[in-house]
Design a protein around this ligand. Structure first.
Ligand SMILES: Cc1ncc(COP(=O)(O)O)c(C=O)c1O
Length: 389
């Protein structure tokens, strides 16, 4: 498979790049913000090359250009959600192909592979990618694709992306990295050898919990063509308005993330000192099993903290419900702090025995840190912990 890899020349800092886009499609008016193009169709033969919004729209193109600048890669394709982006990639495979998957993936990725694509003949094998005999496993199974997340959802396992890609690239196996938890500001999987870097733009990239979106970045023209084909052929396109919202949200990504990460690191340390907290997982804490790797691979520790409490499921639930500023809700990455009970929420569709095997039990809680004042967040956690202690 040809990678079609070319280095993108980036001359400006990332904070500048997310604010100043190359093209706004607003030459006639001089508008600083791009217009929204709520049109399903375009005049045949127009100069910009658009024909029908299922296969392209100026708002898609603007967002794709910002995302490829952020990832420092050649191509980006946008979709209606993270799951639509996953669907686009997997739809390029064929019956009997095998995807070698990290055993702790986002629950709906697992559901999509096991409950939808399996019916079309896709095979999956779930392994722990922190295992050292990776080379042997990959060589033995000869998968058509490797699918990983790092940090993983919700356990925050850190996988050695460069090592996995080195092994896979030698065998010409494409590697997909779901980079939703890290964002390209913390880690750029393509620079570590990945073929495709996938993001649910619903999360940090948009950051305001008011739009759904997904994106796949790559340096391979061949893969970009396949993804654009899937967008059009499967109808996985986003709406122009959602792309506009995400393009607006991305402008404050570095600012938001800086604050969210500071809050996460403080909350992780605060929780670690509480007797009712059995364990805390945060990639940059010394007690994280892959802390050294995390510090090598990631620029910062991220804004998610996962804990296990010494409490029953009922107590764990009532803790989550008692929080005032951490809203108990699916999703993550927005400016508002959220708390989630993965076993019954994001990973509800994963079979119970699988969840227990990989460590998603009833006492596990995932916090997505927002931009609130840290004093209010710590006080909120203290009052809710008081209720169950
Ligand atoms: C790691 C990860 N990948 C993909 C997705 C799917 O994204 P979306 O909800 O935008 O379809 C999610 C959603 O939570 C996620 O956490």
């Amino acid at each position: 498979m040809s990678s079609g890899k070319r280095e993108k020349v980036i001359n400006t800092g990332v904070n500048t790049r997310v604010i100043h886009h190359k093209g706004n499609f607003s030459q006639e008016t001089g508008s600083i913000m791009p217009p929204i193009f709520p049109t399903s169709t375009f005049l045949h033969g127009n100069e910009a090359g658009f024909d029908y919004t299922r296969s392209g729209n100026p708002n898609f193109r603007i967002l794709e250009s910002v995302l490829s600048d952020l990832e420092e890669c050649q191509f980006a394709s946008v979709f209606s959600s993270g799951v639509a982006a996953i669907t686009a990639i997997v739809s390029s495979l064929k019956a009997n192909d095998l995807i070698l998957c990290e055993e702790n993936l986002y629950g709906c990725t697992v559901r999509l592979f096991e409950q939808v694509f399996k019916r079309f003949g896709l095979r999956t094998l779930w392994i722990d990618f922190t295992n050292s005999n990776l080379q042997e496993v990959i060589a033995n199974h000869k998968p058509s694709m490797i699918w990983i997340e790092s940090p993983t959802n919700p356990l925050l396992k850190i996988l050695d992306i460069e090592r996995i890609c080195n092994i896979s690239n030698r065998m010409q196996i494409p590697v997909v990295v779901d980079n939703t938890f890290a964002t390209p500001l913390i880690q750029r999987p393509l620079k570590l050898g990945a073929t495709l870097s996938l993001t649910s733009t619903t999360k940090y990239i948009n950051g305001h919990s008011d739009a759904l979106g997904g994106a796949v970045c790559t340096d391979s023209k061949e893969w970009n063509d396949k993804l654009n084909f899937a967008q059009k052929a499967l109808g996985l396109n986003p709406s122009p308005f959602d792309c506009w919202l995400i393009t607006r949200g991305i402008k404050t990504l570095p600012l938001r993330l800086e604050r969210q990460i500071k809050n996460a690191s403080k909350i992780a340390n605060q929780l670690a000192d509480k007797p009712i907290i059995k364990s805390v997982r945060y990639p940059f804490r010394n007690d994280h099993p892959q802390c050294k790797l995390a510090k090598r691979q990631m620029a910062l520790g991220g804004a998610i903290v996962t804990v296990t409490v010494n409490a029953s499921q009922a107590q764990t639930y009532s803790f989550c419900k008692s929080l005032r500023f951490f809203k108990m809700a699916e999703s993550l990455g927005g400016i508002e702090s959220l708390v989630c009970h993965p076993a019954t929420m994001t990973h509800a569709s994963v079979p119970k025995e699988t969840k227990l095997k990989i460590g998603i039990n009833d006492s596990l809680i995932r916090f997505s840190l927002g931009c609130e004042d840290i004093e209010d967040l710590t006080a909120d956690l203290d009052q809710a912990l008081g209720i169950i202690s």
